[in-house]
Design a protein around this ligand. Sequence first.
Ligand code: CDP
Length: 240
Amino acid sequence: MEKPEQLIVDGKRLDGRAPEELRPIKIVAGALGRADGSAYIEMGNNKVIAAVYGPREMHPRHEAQPDFAVLRCRYTMAPFSVEERKRPGPDRRSIEISKVIREALQPALFLELYPRAVIDVFIEVLQADAGTRTAGINAAAVALADAGIPMRDLVSAVAVGKVDNTIVIDLMKAEDQWGTTDMPVAMMPRKKAITLLQMDGHFTEEEFKRALDLAMRGCEQIYEAQRRALKEKYAVGGTE
Ligand code: CDP
């Protein structure tokens, strides 16, 4: 796609969204039969699967920790998930994203309940349109809950940024590529605790506050979608 002259025209983004509007979101809990827990998510044109295995015995054994379970995350992109074929296998980007996803999810788990064990989280991007790390976190949180792993809270994530001098939420590829700022945020919504905050580009202090507030409101909406997906499978939440 060539760079358009403007990314926002008459207050509307290229896909017709308002600056504060999320892309359509769809979540299915338990999308895979063989995993202990799983979820499929679509956030706009992103399509991502998360699979959770464990808690189970750690291999290699010497990596087991005597007092808590190790959370292992692997984020990968399918070769067909992006416009130019992605070379299979880990690269610097996927190693970094795997690490920040692990750090975003870890505070929600009671890892001390499972000494010597490992919990494996696999995130596979089938189709990418910017925001795959945040879509991956949303799917992984649902997959962990689906695996029946006790959690303090779910983790919900979305990116905010600046495009044509406007603060926007849930950037698509064109906005990620040609916008000036991209800030992925993850939080535990009930605890209002931020577990991931990265920034590519610049915000003034005022813009940062507005963007963070927008991200937190977006996470609340995503949290509701995550809960709905789990309810559809388990009817959690009693009579709510
Ligand atoms: O996906 P996310 O926004 O979390 O991470 P990014 O590194 O900011 O990548 C933004 C987007 O660039 C991805 O979602 C893909 O759509 C695209 N991308 C790509 O086309 N080819 C790659 N090898 C990596 C990313």
